[in-house]
Design a protein around this ligand. Structure first.
Ligand SMILES: [Zn+2]
Length: 304
């Protein structure tokens, strides 16, 4: 590895879009999410039985790579958490691996010492951009500024190796207005923001030499009238889309869980997790191929 690349060529962008229903994606034109999925995969995620279908616990699982039994975030008040033992990947990479990391968004407990937070304790760089009101419109403005801030940082000298961008307007819209036209429009707006983030990566001066992993993830679904927290299929169905080194375009992947996101971030940066981290996740892996076995021949040995 050349000294020009002290931290390697690998980079990771994780975009968390709150409360996007998987079942509505096929009917919506989301070209940028589709591009990530086409370059890798889009897979359903089932929020496990022990995890309330709420943003606090689900995002904590996504960015720590451990389940609620370890990180202890059980609701949208983060009090009693064990994030000091099970930190988010932006904090762990900055503290343990001297990597430049960045987290940005507008939901207080993820970024501020409010409501028992922050989830992102100590990334190398952190931006909190407050929505000026608790309304869908104010959250769209917030997400717009979050995206602009992320584009600035991803385009600048900071060169973060791992970034988390949080977009909250879709979830806010569902809570206020249900999962109708406004909700669908908000998903389209989030996809356009994802497009600006992806363009910022492509326009980096050394993009040709870099190896980017992009992960787009939602935390939970929503009931038709808006709302979540229960165990219905609509609420407990989330999803992950990802592309990057090791992920073949369009190839099916083995079951994907929220705990796998942080594990994949480490793998994408070629970092082997310390067993003491006791991660519950594993990197995204190709689905095992169930090849038909011709009569009279030994079964093929699965690869990988
Ligand atoms: Zn919500």
């Amino acid at each position: 590895m050349s000294s020009l690349w002290p931290a390697g060529r690998r980079r990771v962008l994780v975009v968390g879009i709150d409360g996007v229903r998987l079942d509505l994606l096929p009917e919506l034109a989301t070209p940028h999410l589709d591009a990530v999925a086409a370059a890798g995969f889009l897979a359903p995620v089932v929020v496990d039985e022990a995890t309330p279908t709420m943003s606090g616990p689900c995002w904590a699982t996504v960015v720590t790579g451990v389940t609620v039994a370890k990180h202890g975030v059980l609701g949208n008040h983060f009090g009693g958490h064990r994030l000091d033992v099970f930190p988010d990947f932006t904090t762990r990479l900055a503290a343990t691996h001297r990597r430049r990391t960045f987290a940005v968004g507008g939901w207080e407990p993820l970024f501020l010492a409010r409501q028992g937070g922050p989830l992102f304790a100590a990334p190398g760089r952190l931006s909190y951009i407050a929505p000026l009101e608790d309304t869908p419109q104010a959250w769209e403005v917030c997400d717009e500024r979050v995206t602009a801030e992320a584009v600035t940082v991803l385009s600048g000298d900071d060169d973060p190796q791992a970034t988390f961008v949080y977009l909250g307007a879709v979830d806010e819209t569902a809570h206020f207005l249900g999962c109708g036209e406004e909700y669908r429009a908000s998903i389209l707006a989030a996809d356009a923001r994802l497009g600006r983030l992806l363009a910022a990566l492509r326009e980096r001066p050394n993009h040709a030499e870099e190896e980017w992993t992009v992960i787009v993830v939602t935390d939970h679904g929503h009931l038709d009238q808006g709302g979540h927290g229960g165990r219905s299929e609509l609420e407990r169905t989330a999803w992950v889309a990802a592309s990057g080194p090791g992920l073949l375009p369009g190839a099916p992947v083995a079951e994907v869980r929220h705990v796998d996101v942080a594990a994949h971030v480490y793998a994408a940066l070629e970092i082997v997790p310390d067993p003491h981290w006791t991660l519950d996740g594993r990197p995204f892996t190709p689905a095992p191929v169930a090849a038909p076995v011709p009569a009279g021949q030994p079964a093929p040995v699965p690869v990988g």
